[in-house]
Design a protein around this ligand. Structure first.
Ligand SMILES: Cc1ncc(COP(=O)(O)O)c(C=O)c1O
Length: 377
């Protein structure tokens, strides 16, 4: 198999020479304006995001992880508190809680979506619970109506990890700003991708916004008077400039992802693979930005290896659950308490879905899967 025929998992960097030139011009503009940390390019990107998403506040930050930290602290999470989150996500959903001196309290998943199971949340609420943090994993939201009802009844704020769900709407509300605050990641493999690390926090709440704005710059909005113990979490000007260019292209790229998802679903159905792999269901009320296209399959690692030998890359997001991470060993969580997350860690396989796939690529992936998974008589 020659290298150019290989179906890759991700597509990073500018799409073509034209976009590369647009990036270089934008960078030159930042240099000419000395707008390196925050500055005009970041402000322009923030205002485009506010309009695009329909949020009152959008603040550019250094990365999604820092964004989550800002959002949690802004809603009042402090050392000794507890934060409820799903047992399965990218590591930093949990690490930010621990970095604040709070305790991550893990909840198992809805097996149909692999998103936090709202029915289990009330069991884990104590007087120390200061936030509920659903993760809008793979590009669709969790069951936000149920989660917001728990929040309203208990008075506990919701902070969304919307790192993978920029632009997604749930019942006409923007992911990230359904609860009190939320964060996006613009890591280079995300749907809206920077040329390095970058992220954003969003909220509809003026007070939470003001706190996050302050926390982003060491708790100081001028004069070297530090009103809160913040961080250096600024987005840099180069990233803001490039993200504005990328935002203009996002709608077209999203159409490609939607088309790819549809081609996958149709091909999996036509080739009758749905008895050998499991597809995730859609959350009612949420749309999907298809950050990942996920299947669950037995012997996942073997299937992945065989796909690779046949020229198809794939990914595992994620190979372990959060409670089982060695750094959380002292919390004493037992893997058997999170059977759905555990099963996900063993079976999840992400297939390529990025916007640069060619029409017919998803079909080729599924045909190859069919060869690998054909029943042995
Ligand atoms: C679900 C989730 N949470 C948090 C993050 C952290 O974002 P970043 O890598 O920008 O710090 C990511 C990004 O990988 C993510 O996918």
């Amino acid at each position: 198999m020659n290298d150019s025929a290989r179906i890759r998992m991700v597509a990073v960097g500018p799409d073509d020479e034209l976009e590369k030139q647009a990036w270089l011009n934008a960078l030159e503009n930042v240099i000419d304006n000395n707008g390196y940390c925050l500055g005009a390019a970041v402000e322009e990107f923030e205002s485009r995001c506010k309009e695009e998403l329909g949020v009152r506040h959008a603040l550019g930050v250094s990365n999604g992880t820092d964004g989550l930290k800002l959002a949690l602290k802004a809603v009042g999470v402090e050392a000794g508190d507890e934060v409820i989150l799903p047992a399965y996500s990218f590591f930093s959903t949990a690490s930010v809680i621990a970095h604040l001196g709070a305790t991550p309290v893990f909840v198992d998943l809805d097996p149909k979506t692999l998103l936090i199971d709202p029915e289990q949340i009330p069991t884990f609420i104590t007087e120390k619970t200061k936030a509920i943090m659903p993760v809008q994993l793979y590009g669709q939201t969790a069951d936000m109506s149920s989660i917001m009802k728990i929040s309203t009844d208990s008075g506990i704020p919701v902070v969304e990890d919307a790192a993978q769900a920029f632009g997604v709407r749930y019942k006409d509300q923007p992911a990230g700003a359904i609860g009190s605050a939320g964060a996006f990641s613009f890591y280079p493999t995300k749907n809206l991708a920077a040329a390095g690390d970058a992220g954003m926090v969003v909220t509809q709440d003026d007070e939470v916004a003001e706190r996050m704005r302050q926390l982003r710059v060491h708790g100081d909005l001028g004069g070297y008077r530090h009103h809160s113990l913040g961080w250096n979490a600024r987005m840099d000007g180069f990233q803001g400039a490039i993200l504005s260019i990328r935002l203009e292209r996002l709608a077209g790229q999203q159409q490609a992802r939607q088309r790819n998802a549809q081609e996958y679903i149709e091909s999996l159905t036509q080739l009758q693979l749905l008895d050998r792999i499991q597809l995730l269901e859609r959350t009612p009320g949420s749309d999907h930005c298809w950050h990942q296209f996920i299947i669950l399959v037995e012997d996942r690692d073997k299937v992945r290896q065989q796909l690779s030998e046949k020229g198809i890359d794939s990914g595992i997001y994620y190979p372990g659950t959060l409670p089982a991470q060695p750094c959380f060993a002292e919390l004493g969580y037992k893997a058997e308490n999170f059977p759905i997350a555990q099963e996900a860690a063993e079976k999840v396989l992400a297939l390529p879905i990025h916007h640069r796939l060619k029409e017919g690529d998803p079909r080729r992936v599924v045909e190859t899967l069919a060869e690998i998974l054909q029943p042995t008589h």
